[in-house]
Write a protein that binds this ligand. Structure first.
Ligand code: F6R
Length: 619
């Protein structure tokens, strides 16, 4: 989730751009850069690390007399960027802005260009020379290819050739008062000032300067000058747009208008999953994990997978185990990392050990991964954080790319971990030929539909989850019951409730009820049941009947149209139909919201629950 900001107007722009980037820091980044036009040239400075490093690089650039424009106030047009690396390592060369061959066009981009590899080949064949490993640099060269004197037309031409989800801003040395930006899925907002205008990936970037905004919609381009902004569709037809006034304060703006980071992150889950899957599912015929450095031969022949993780990441691993065993027919062992590291696990050279850790810094998971590696196994890290310890300790890394998670309770990182596990499972199935190609295509098509189904689910269940939370906020104990893929979702739902509302909760395999826990039930115990469509639904429904016989109140998560569940449950939260193995990504959403609203009803700070902090836990 990179941050972009552009300015064109009558004020010196360097500090405005850096101030804009500062407001986007919450999105997470590993490098940053800024380019301005001044004195007839484009002056650009980039730095790895945080904005303090960029400021230091700018200062050095000025004192070393390396540049005029970035240092000198006269520059009144520029673009700036915070990069969260996806394609290419964290280096100064890969930081944005990126230029074309003649260094006349500079762009900053947020998102992913899916067809970058083929476009790069084409452009190289035409003689374009690239200076970074990024997908984003393609865009400046494509604009160069289409440029015949009109920047907006060139950007439109380039836009027509790009696939993926992204937003970018371009400027050209010969057009010192024009920025042209384009949006495909990723957000893009224009901030309207007096004799100046901004364009950015999020409102906080310019909120200190103006509250008048134009939202650019998917598939639109915008030309921004000091006088105003002109929006067109992808064919160049003008589009009119009503200007909006932002009423939030700056704190709320950082939260995207949501009351808390946790709520914002719950609502970022469609984007998070889209980032995890998009370029790895280029078509319908297979999974592209070429960026992951896992040898195909090894994946084909690995005798066993072993998943180690903690907390929410462990629950994502549990879902992954069902997918890997069912689709790829490889035995999968699972262990909580803090258990694995203190027993004497048997790790063998033909084992693939998968360490799942969103932070990449959890001590137990790191120790478990090291132990496995010392035992001769290959280690794959599934993590969200570039440059984290897990990325350095593992043989291969699969990044979840969920964006920075600020709320302490893991939400969007969970769904992107589950999505990453689906990719891994399908890739192994593909290599081993354990699923017919039509089934692989069917599953890929369904996985690609998950982001829009996530949005649909949230829109459908939010108010209902809030209402259920209101009626259950004083309850002293919750029991969660599920089977098969429903079980990890129950474990995760119960963890969310405990973590942010401090209400005791337990999660059980529904088939275990009769072995003791049923004694806990009476009319004061709400039972949350994951009862989405699956081959074990009948069994789950029998368990629901058992629970109801003891007077307990049943809150069920069910697949849309599943009237059988609605008939036996007291309250039902429906999620859209999908392949049943993919339901966990949808079924967790109402449970996150339920936990969230119960905590809020009790007046709790869900972003920073007591005794917890989203900090590094390296010993
Ligand atoms: C729960 C939560 C924790 C983490 C766990 C592992 O909401 O955030 O349970 O999942 O501490 O952290 P990572 O994934 O960073 O290793």
């Amino acid at each position: 989730m990179c941050g972009i900001v552009g300015y064109v107007g009558d004020r010196p722009c360097r500090d405005l751009l850096i101030a804009g980037l500062e407001k986007l820091e919450y999105r997470g980044y590993d490098s940053a850069g800024v380019s301005v036009i001044s004195d007839g040239e484009i002056d650009s400075v980039r730095a790895v690390g945080n904005l303090a490093n960029l400021r230091a690089a700018l200062a050095e650039h000025v004192s070393g007399n390396g540049g005029v424009a970035v240092a000198a106030p006269p520059a009144t047009i520029g673009v700036a960027h915070t990069r969260w690396a996806t394609h290419g390592r964290v280096t100064e060369e890969n930081a944005h802005p990126h230029g074309d061959c003649e260094d006349k066009i500079h762009i900053v981009l947020n998102g992913i260009v899916e067809n970058h590899a083929e476009l790069r080949k084409e452009l190289q064949a035409e003689g374009h020379e690239f200076s970074s490993e990024t997908d984003a640099e393609i865009v400046s060269h494509l604009i160069e290819r289409h440029y015949h004197g009109d920047l907006a037309e060139a950007v439109r031409g380039a836009f027509g050739e790009l696939r993926g989800h992204y937003a970018f801003v371009a400027m050209h040395l010969d057009h010192g008062e024009t920025l042209v930006a384009a949006r495909k899925e990723c957000p893009l907002i224009v901030g309207l000032g007096g004799e100046e205008n901004f364009v950015a990936s999020a409102i906080p970037a310019f909120l200190a300067e103006t509250r008048r905004v134009l939202t650019i919609e998917n598939g639109e381009l915008v030309t921004v000058t000091p006088e105003g902004a002109t929006i067109t569709d992808a064919e160049g037809h003008p589009v009119s747009r009503q200007e909006d006034e932002v009423t939030w304060d700056e704190d709320a703006a950082e939260k995207g208008g949501y009351p808390t980071f946790m709520k914002k992150e719950i609502y970022e889950q469609a984007d998070a999953v889209a980032e995890t899957i998009t370029d790895r599912l280029p078509g319908l015929d297979g999974v592209d994990l070429s960026g992951v450095a896992l040898d195909d031969e090894f994946l084909r022949n690995a005798e066993r997978l072993m998943i180690v993780a903690c907390g929410t990441s462990y629950h994502a691993g549990l879902v992954g185990r069902y997918a890997i065993e069912q689709w790829a027919r490889v035995p999968v062992g699972m262990d909580i990392a803090s258990e694995y590291r203190y027993r004497e696990p048997v790790s063998r050279p033909n084992d693939l050990v998968v360490g799942i850790t969103q932070s990449g810094e959890t001590a137990d998971t790191l120790a478990a991964m090291r132990l496995a590696r010392d035992g001769g196994s290959k280690v794959l890290a599934i993590t969200n954080i570039m440059g984290s310890q897990a990325t350095r300790d593992a043989d291969a890394v699969l990044f979840t790319r969920a964006g920075l998670e600020i709320g302490v309770a893991a939400t969007k990182t969970f769904v992107s971990q589950v999505a990453a596990m689906y990719l891994l499972a399908l890739r192994i199935a593909e290599l081993r030929g354990t699923l017919p190609p039509e089934r692989i295509s069917e599953l890929i098509a369904e996985i690609k539909r998950l982001p829009s189904k996530i949005d649909e689910t949230l829109a459908n269940v939010d108010r209902r989850a809030a209402a259920i939370a209101r009626s259950h906020k004083d309850q002293r104990f919750f029991l969660y019951l599920g089977r098969h893929i429903g079980l990890p979702i129950c474990l995760e739902g119960a963890l969310k409730l405990k973590e942010i509302s401090y209400i005791p909760a337990d999660a059980y395999a529904a088939g275990e009820m009769k072995h003791g826990p049923i004694a806990l039930l009476d009319e004061d115990t709400p039972v949350v049941c994951v009862a989405t469509d699956s081959p074990v639904l009948d069994k789950v429904l029998s368990n629901v009947e058992e629970v109801r016989a003891r007077g307990a109140d049943v809150i069920a998560v069910a697949t849309e149209g599943s009237d059988r569940v609605a008939e036996v449950a007291d309250q039902t939260l429906f999620v859209p139909r999908s392949d049943w193995m993919l339901q966990p990504i949808l079924a967790i959403l109402p449970l996150q919201l339920l936990a969230y609203y119960i905590a809020r009803e009790n007046g709790l700070n869900v972003d920073q629950p007591r005794n917890l902090a989203k900090t590094v836990t390296v010993e």
